[in-house]
Design a protein around this ligand. Structure first.
Ligand code: FE2
Length: 385
């Protein structure tokens, strides 16, 4: 029995026989789809010769730590903008502020605001209209940009992760082996320093559908009884990208970096809000290393159900044109919602992930490279795929 889930994102790969290969060997979206794309500069390309070394540890200073508690640079008193909560504890929507105009102080405030609210949507942005390079320059303020190990990217901009569902045909694969498309996860938790602040925008999409679901891992932790919270302290989870990598290979995907595995605390603490939260997700978490397999499966199943089915700690973001969302990929979990598989319009999204601190269970360990938790090779051997 296994409670990690098959990872199948069909919208990030080259399609053999349909897409094309450039003179220099780079795989590109076919000409017909390219010519109708509204944001051709953001279309994915895949260079099979592009390889990256393993990521290295670095000290991360969260820009949210430099923020002003009253957010006076992000939300100046005389500004003409609105800020509305999507739900009491998760999500805010902002109109009247352009991300592209923010100075460093406002970006510090923004980081703290995202850390507190989990996800923040900005309406009517010029952000993506300025092209991929500008988006990347903005994002770099929030942490070193993550290069996804298997996805395609706009040419020469490897730090943008692209999802692209080609127009003109239904996608039969989505429900071929599954009754639904929901797959709760946080992005790339298998890294030593998984992404924190994350930027996402839908460049082009169907008239309706393709919402993103978000859950609040801080609130999920708070809902547990003190005795149960206590039981979770000191437990650690093996995260791995082995399944994602083999799934990508099976779909003819490129491999830009070798798969990795790391062990992270099950209960993590946030450097800005100082709050504790549950840190695990089905596609990448394998086992609680201190427990036997059946014990781990039982506990993980409970925690997954708790996060996934507690709709009173979740929100659902829908995508208006020119909306840019930023979320904290540490303290939230999300799922795409593919209810547009029968639709024949294109869906084109872009994501930029900023790496954050190595997950810690106590802030005393923050930015300490030498924490050693269990033996990864041993933990991998004990679990099966
Ligand atoms: Fe994701």
């Amino acid at each position: 029995m296994s409670n990690h889930q098959h990872y199948g994102n069909y919208d990030i790969h080259f399609v053999e026989g349909k897409d094309e290969i450039d003179q220099d060997g780079t795989l590109v979206i076919n000409k017909a789809n390219r010519s109708t794309a509204k944001f051709p500069d953001f279309l994915p390309t895949w260079n099979p010769n592009e390889k990256y070394p393993p990521l290295k540890f670095f000290k991360y200073e969260d820009p949210g730590l430099k923020a002003d508690a009253s957010f006076k640079s992000l939300f100046p008193q005389d500004g003409d903008y609105t800020v509305k909560k999507l739900s009491p504890k998760l999500g805010s929507v902002i109109s009247g502020i352009q991300l592209s105009q923010l100075n460093d102080e406002a970006k510090n405030d923004l980081a703290r605001f995202i850390a507190e609210r989990g996800i923040v949507a900005f309406r009517d942005q010029d952000f993506t209209h300025q092209g991929p390079q500008k988006c990347v320059e903005f994002a770099e303020y929030f942490g070193p940009l993550h290069i996804h190990p298997t996805s395609g990217a706009p040419k020469n901009i490897p730090t943008i992760h692209v999802t692209y569902r080609r127009a003109d045909e239904k996608d039969e694969r989505v429900f071929a082996n599954n009754t639904n498309s929901i797959l709760w996860h946080s992005d790339c938790s298998f890294e030593l320093q998984p992404p924190g602040y994350t930027i996402f925008s839908i460049l082009e999409g169907p008239e309706s559908g393709g919402d993103t679901l978000f859950a609040n891992n801080v609130e999920a932790y708070k809902r547990l009884s003190p005795a149960f919270q206590q039981r979770l302290q000191g437990l650690h989870v093996l995260h791995t990208s082995e399944d994602q990598a083999s799934n990508s290979r099976g779909q003819g995907g490129v491999e830009r970096r070798k798969p990795v595995s790391y062990i992270h605390p099950l209960i993590r603490v946030h450097p800005v809000t100082k709050e504790k939260y549950i840190y695990l997700n089905k596609p990448f978490s394998r086992q609680i290393i201190e427990l036997k397999e059946e014990e781990s499966t039982m506990l993980l199943d409970f925690l997954y159900r708790h996060l996934e089915l507690s709709h009173d700690l979740q929100i659902r973001a829908n995508w208006e044109p020119n909306t840019v969302v930023m979320w904290d990929n540490r303290s939230t979990t999300h799922s795409s919602c593919n209810d547009y598989a029968d639709d024949t319009s294109a869906r084109h999204g872009m994501r930029i992930s900023c790496q954050a601190e190595r997950p810690v269970e106590s802030l005393l360990d923050l930015n300490n490279e030498d924490i050693s938790i269990g033996d990864i090779a041993d933990a991998l051997k004990k679990t099966h795929t």
